[in-house]
Design a protein around this ligand. Structure first.
Ligand SMILES: Nc1ncnc2c1ncn2[C@@H]1O[C@H](COP(=O)(O)OP(=O)(O)OP(=O)(O)O)[C@@H](O)[C@H]1O
Ligand SMILES: [Mg+2]
Length: 558
């Protein structure tokens, strides 16, 4: 978003200002702003920030992204990294120091610092060793993030803007549940801006206000055209066409007006869709369009150094191209090259630039981006493997993508983010399905299915159909591959285990041996330290417990 003049409040501003008044007094508030893309949701917290520029308060911004819907706590990790001021080439020790400095403002206990450093994939320090609490890691991390917010709110009132929770990952969603409850007693205003497909579960709570943005009426559209045109008078019939065609979506009004201002009324008439209007503006940028496309393939935000590596343009040419892109206001810039970061003004601008690439050129670009990340930001290989998986998938390099999905899945398991882990393993399997089948591929599939089965067991439970299907698929592959020994088999259970008691028909007489075999199953589960890997199959006289070789053979460490 660009800078907003702190002028007359516009639609949506008043409820936010009122909620801030209540929040500052200690009655924390949550404002849920919903609406279609481009309606001006994100403008509301940006305008509030402009209005509060002279007030002492703490502003926290969280961005969900379509690329990170299965990365546990991504918006919080991203926020801490920005707040700490991480530079791309900071070594881990420097990052840790910066993180400790930014966290110190909330005076957190040492253990919280250790959990948050771990969340950011930073090595533990001697000062803040990570307690050995793997099963509770997620819970403790969520508590640490919640305490951090409380600590900050004790210093100064806080405005949290949570952007685009329609793309939220499941663990962040859990944390938001806690935060929405927690802010009631804190001087915190939490504003969430989301598209209508997101159904927030927090409505009806006393601290929560809903704000559904509608399209602009004709009078407001006309006023917006005049405001964007500045002193430049546009012919009445052109204004009328813009007002008619833009359907009351402010982003479209803004883009179409700029389009007309830049080029006059095009020979083929005024574009009738936002997409066409954006395309026309990108086309007019000529060779700069390529740089916009590279940026769009990298993401909503892109670094100068990375666009240099991918574009292979000489520095001065790149500099000029990015300068023109920024001047067009399709992209905003933070910092100065070579450390500059660029952000597309709006997700739809990025989508349009990305969509304007031909398939082959898009695939090539994504492969170059993944390779450039591997060279320039190798720390992301462990920190954000899903990023590579995404780029390699877009590049059509399914095997590499699957390898990174496996890494992302195991990383999520290690963080007890099981829902995200299941999604990562499933996406890895989707990639493997694109490749021709041979024994090596089957082995990879076996790894993914067995890991997925174990994770589904944790998320959906032992009796869920998906869990059973995943184990069945793993078993099938294991048998096809002549029972490879790296995958531990728990053979011949002696007496057949019955299904879990709750799975028997209601009212049916208890099966003979059921209680004894259930006790045995429980003993087995205990022996696996509560690991949910065991699959009972009443029809087969043995159980198979699949463990991916990468786990080092431990049934509990997946
Ligand atoms: N009432 C308004 N007056 C002037 N400009 C506006 C108004 N509302 C929105 N805009 C402009 O329209 C553009 C899109 O707005 P914004 O980014 O807030 O949309 P959004 O609803 O957050 O979209 P998304 O769902 O994609 O996040 C911005 O450039 C913003 O400045
Ligand atoms: Mg927005």
């Amino acid at each position: 978003m660009g800078a907003e003049p702190a002028g007359r409040p516009r639609r949506g501003d008043r409820p936010a200002i009122a909620a801030w008044g209540r929040a500052k007094a200690g009655n924390g508030q949550v404002v849920l702003v919903s609406g279609e893309p481009g309606l001006g949701k994100s403008r509301i917290p940006a305008a509030l920030a402009e209005r509060l520029h002279a007030e002492p308060y703490i502003r926290l911004r969280y961005f969900c992204s379509p690329y990170h819907q299965d990365s546990a706590l991504y918006p919080f990790i991203d926020q801490l990294g920005r707040a700490a001021g991480f530079a791309r080439d900071d070594p881990p020790a420097a990052k840790l120091e910066k993180l400790e400095a930014v966290l110190a403002r909330a005076a957190p206990p040492d253990e919280d610092v250790a959990f948050l450093a771990d969340l950011l994939s930073l090595p533990g320090s001697e000062r803040h060793p990570l307690p050995n609490l793997s099963p509770q890691r997620k819970k403790r991390t969520l508590e640490a993030l919640n305490r951090q917010l409380e600590g900050l709110a004790r210093q100064q009132p806080v405005v949290m803007h949570f952007e685009a929770p329609h793309w939220i990952d499941p663990t962040s969603r859990e944390l938001l549940d806690l935060i929405v409850e927690h802010v009631r007693s804190l001087p915190v205003l939490l504003i969430m801006t989301y598209r209508p497909e997101f159904q927030p579960p927090w409505t009806g709570q006393p601290q929560v206000t809903m704000l559904a943005l509608n399209r602009l009426d004709r009078r407001d559209r006309t006023a917006l055209v005049a405001q964007i045109a500045g002193g430049k008078a546009l012919p009445d019939e052109v204004v009328a066409q813009i007002v008619d065609r833009t359907d009351g979506v402010p982003l479209f009004v803004e883009e179409l007006t700029k389009n007309v201002l830049e080029s006059g009324v095009p020979a083929l008439g005024i574009p009738t869709t936002l997409h066409d209007s954006l395309m026309a503006r990108l086309d007019r940028l000529g060779s700069v369009r390529r740089v916009a496309q590279i940026g769009a393939a990298i993401g909503r935000e892109f670094f100068h150094a990375l666009s240099r590596a991918v574009s292979r343009l000489p520095e001065d040419e790149l500099h000029t191209a990015l300068g023109r892109l920024v001047a067009s206001e399709l992209v905003f810039q933070r910092g100065t090259p070579p450390d500059a970061v660029y952000a597309f003004k709006h997700a739809l601008v990025q989508d349009t630039a990305h969509g304007s690439l031909l398939r082959s050129s898009r695939q090539q670009l994504h492969a170059q981006i993944a390779e450039a990340f591997e060279t320039h930001s190798p720390e992301l290989i462990d920190g954000q493997p899903e990023l590579f998986a995404q780029h390699y998938a877009e590049a059509g390099l399914a095997e590499k993508s699957a390898t990174y999905r496996g890494k992302a899945g195991r990383r999520s398991v290690a963080r007890s983010a099981m829902t995200e882990a299941a999604a990562q393993f499933q996406m890895g399997l989707d990639q493997l399905a694109l490749l021709s089948d041979d024994p090596e591929r089957q082995r990879q599939k076996l790894e993914f299915w067995s890991a997925l089965a174990a994770v589904l067991n944790a998320v959906k439970g032992f009796a869920a159909a998906e869990t059973g299907q995943a184990y069945d698929r793993a078993r099938e592959l294991w048998e096809q591959l002549a029972s490879p020994s790296e995958f531990l088999q728990i053979p011949q259970w002696g007496v057949s285990l019955s299904p879990e008691p709750r799975r028997t028909r209601p009212g049916a007489a208890p099966r003979r041996g059921c209680a004894a075999s259930e006790r045995r199953a429980q003993r087995f589960r205990r022996a696996c330290s509560g690991s949910p890997l065991l699959r009972c199959n009443p029809d087969v006289d043995r159980q198979v417990c699949f463990i991916p070789p990468t786990s080092g053979g431990s049934a509990c460490a997946l």
